[in-house]
Design a protein around this ligand. Structure first.
Ligand SMILES: Nc1ncnc2c1ncn2[C@@H]1O[C@H](COP(=O)(O)OP(=O)(O)OP(=O)(O)O)[C@@H](O)[C@H]1O
Ligand SMILES: [Mg+2]
Length: 330
């Protein structure tokens, strides 16, 4: 059987030292099978980009070890890097260059030889051939993303890292990109490690997912394995006044009730059985808000971390981000 494309072994990364030390990754273990799409799902600051930077050799690791495409990233960094493609979350295209010139620049940066026919194939594959000599500043967001992936594939890597490839994209462009990632994985026979904080993206795209929060991998498995971890439904309840916690304990089928101020997250065997009992015990004018969620990756995340993945996150808009980058360049 082929060796796993990525093996991460007790990897830790701490930025800074002393009081100001930030433990961005804590004892991370992962094995990612060759030829799969693997998703790293976590909120802002979870350590996703740091893991990619560690595995691509951009940042030094503090402890532990890792192998990518069969090469040790500490002792064989050049061999590993030659087999890695990287689609960064930040803008990497030069707007003043055409698509073909961006590919040329990439080839120069990597000292590639005989890259021209590969570049033509990639431009054709991503339906960019007729726009190859247009400046990238005239490209749509979807076209830019395709070109970024083409750049990452130019040197025929074995493993591709994609850091939030669909961040801020509209729904239709995001879905187009999901198809592209799936096709690229097959067509170019690569292993893809992508990061995301879109739960539905991890669910739709990835064969396996690791949930990461505060630098730690909290769970790992196929989407259905992860969903199977959460038994029962989650009822979110907001009340006008504080509720005596023993009230929930007295209802049959309640597995757990976690307070969050006047809000409660109540895990129950079946919401259909729970709700009538709740309404018998609590005045209806006490209930400000109530919602029921069936098991999903969203409830898995909620169950594991006690929060929703999108809580407290600023809305990030990739178009605004591109515009800022363009202004900064002028
Ligand atoms: N160069 C750096 N120096 C110091 N701290 C850093 C550096 N880069 C990241 N961090 C910290 O490490 C932690 C993990 O950051 P990281 O960028 O890996 O998160 P992330 O999961 O990619 O988040 P996001 O979804 O916002 O991109 C954060 O607390 C961050 O502030
Ligand atoms: Mg990041």
């Amino acid at each position: 059987m082929a060796e796993d494309a990525i093996v991460v072994d007790h990897l830790s990364k701490t930025y800074g030292s002393g009081d100001r030390a930030i433990r961005a990754l804590v004892d991370v273990d992962l094995s990612i099978r060759s030829g799969t799409v693997f998703g790293l799902l976590g909120p802002n600051g979870a350590g996703k980009t740091t893991l990619i930077k560690a595995l691509t050799g951009i940042t030094e690791i503090t402890a532990g070890d890792a192998r990518v495409a069969g090469y040790n990233i500490r002792t064989q960094p050049m061999e590993a890097k030659a087999r890695i493609g990287w689609v960064a979350a930040e803008v990497i295209l030069d707007d003043d260059f055409t698509a073909r010139e961006n590919l040329w620049l990439q080839a120069k940066l990597q000292s590639l030889k005989g890259w021209e026919s590969r570049a033509d194939d990639l431009l054709a594959y991503f339906s960019l051939a007729d726009r190859a000599d247009d400046k990238v500043s005239h490209f749509s967001t979807g076209m830019r993303k395709k070109l970024e992936i083409a750049l990452a594939l130019l040197h025929q890597p074995r493993v591709i890292f994609m850091d939030e490839p669909t961040m801020g994209l509209d729904v239709s462009t995001r879905r187009m990109l999901w198809d592209i990632v799936t096709q690229v994985r097959k067509e170019f026979d690569v292993t893809v490690l992508l990061t995301t904080h879109y739960i539905e993206e991890a669910d739709a795209l990835c064969e396996r997912i690791a949930i990461i929060d505060h630098g730690r991998i909290l769970a790992e498995g196929t989407p259905s394995e992860l969903k199977a971890r959460v038994s029962g439904d989650i009822v979110q309840l907001e009340t006008a006044e504080a509720v005596d916690p023993t009230l929930f304990a007295s209802i049959a089928g309640v597995q757990e009730a976690r307070p969050q101020g006047n809000d409660w997250m109540i895990r129950v065997g079946s919401s259909e059985a729970f709700l009538p009992q709740l309404f018998r015990r609590i005045q209806s004018d006490q209930i400000r808000k109530i919602s029921v969620e069936k098991p999903s990756l969203e409830t898995v995340f909620l169950d594991i971390t006690g929060r929703r993945i999108g809580d407290d996150e600023p809305i990030r808009d990739v178009r605004r981000f591109y515009a800022q980058m363009q202004r900064a360049r002028r």
